[in-house]
Design a protein around this ligand. Sequence first.
Ligand SMILES: [Fe+2]
Length: 146
Amino acid sequence: MQKGLVCSVCGYIHLTEDVPNDCPSCNSCSKIFKLFDEKDEALYTKDDVAKTGESEKKHLPVIKVTDIENGYKNISVSVGELEHPMIKEHLIQKIYIYIDKQLVSITALTPDIKPETSIKIKTNGKEISVVAHCNIHGDWLTTQNI
Ligand SMILES: [Fe+2]
């Protein structure tokens, strides 16, 4: 389990320990950020597989980065090695993409949409992180080098 800060208004996960002045997702002030310290607000990673079992295969983001024209990179994300349900009662609601732990993209999803997203970005960043938010099973983080 990884530590982080969560916006108590919109659920945005902040990946560094510095508290931002405003939430980059909903613009609420820094006072609403709280640390993950309660059981039901975990940020899971692949290291938590032993505790989560099969669930991990439906929630951990899978990231693919390819170089494209003019210095852009294409970043494609799908959620889960196994397909996650996308129904009203249980779905991946948001996919957050970060470069060097700074938020660059948020995708909001509704039922019947595949839990995937992609962006094209010019960046010299070294590390990409993706958080997938499931309305039932919480937040799942994958990080890899670019
Ligand atoms: Fe789930």
